[in-house]
Unconditional design. Structure first.
Length: 281
């Protein structure tokens, strides 16, 4: 009798645990579904002509990377977003933002004529663009075309610039404005992060600090655009994240020609890295 009771108790316990686990899995699934729904991009959201003009006239990532090279800042391999991360971006929002991030990394490697990295970042941007339905932007034989440049940096930069411009043109003509906003934010933050990371290690960071200061107007334009989307939850959270940059950029704006000491440079980089890591995780 005790054996029978123990078996009955064991059966009841097993059923109860199973029901609990199933409910838990369902809850996790619903939570994930809710997160993905929040990050789903509405293709019907429109911008005013003024906002459209601001968005599609944002400079390409080459603005920052070219200035960095002119300031004689070096190329650091491990500050870019690892190519291995490309497979972990599952929502439209994360894919769009990190298409922008990898676009900045692509501009960085192309500006410095680092061919292997350029090929890798081309692969990342092409994969994310394909998954987002941005078709026809990438030539099927890009790697072979790059080899034909024979280390001609100007040809490489022109090719990558053409990709950026074609992407913007496609998004504009197909009313993919929210995707374009995400890409612009990702590219802007990554460019800022590259500059602030180089700012930390530079012996004289006066010129790099000035480059970061010059991004203040681009930042203000992006915040103006994001502010128009306050009714969209996913965009509101991005706006709040980007607000963290306001104080540090305003601080630099007060004295853009002054060299930052080690404490200031690291403090600036910490804030920018926090925002950047929130976008690339």
């Amino acid at each position: 009798m005790n054996t029978k009771s123990n078996l009955s108790l064991s059966l009841v316990t097993t059923i109860a645990v199973s029901i609990f686990l199933l409910a838990g899995c369902g809850g996790a699934g619903n939570q994930k579904a809710n997160e993905e729904a929040t990050d789903t991009i509405s293709k019907e959201l429109s911008l005013s002509p003024e906002a459209m003009n601001l968005l599609y006239k944002m400079p390409t990532p080459f603005e920052v990377t070219t200035l960095l090279q002119e300031a004689k800042a070096g190329y650091i391999f491990d500050i870019t977003n690892p190519v291995e991360n490309v497979g972990k971006y599952m929502t439209e929002k994360s894919k769009s933002i990190n298409l922008g991030v990898y676009s900045a990394d692509l501009a960085y490697s192309a500006t410095y004529n680092i061919i292997d990295n350029t090929n890798q970042f081309l692969g990342c941007t092409r994969q994310l663009a394909d998954e987002l339905g941005i078709a026809g932007i990438y030539h099927p034989n890009l790697v072979e075309k790059i080899k034909q440049f024979n280390n001609n940096k100007d040809s490489l930069v022109n090719m990558v610039s053409g990709i950026f411009l074609s992407t913007n043109d496609f998004l504009s003509k197909n009313n993919r404005n929210q995707v374009a906003v995400y890409i612009a934010v990702g590219a802007f933050v990554e460019g800022l992060y590259l500059a602030s990371s180089l700012n930390v290690v530079a012996e004289d960071n006066t010129k790099i600090s000035a480059i970061i200061f010059k991004q203040t107007s681009n930042y203000e334009q992006l915040m103006t655009i994001l502010d128009l989307y306050q009714g969209v939850d996913a965009m509101k959270s991005l706006y709040d994240e980007m607000l963290k940059l306001k104080l540090v950029l305003t601080t630099i704006k007060m004295d853009p020609e002054k060299k930052l000491d080690s404490k200031q440079a690291n403090g600036l980089n910490d804030v920018i890295a926090e925002v950047r890591n929130a976008l690339t995780q």
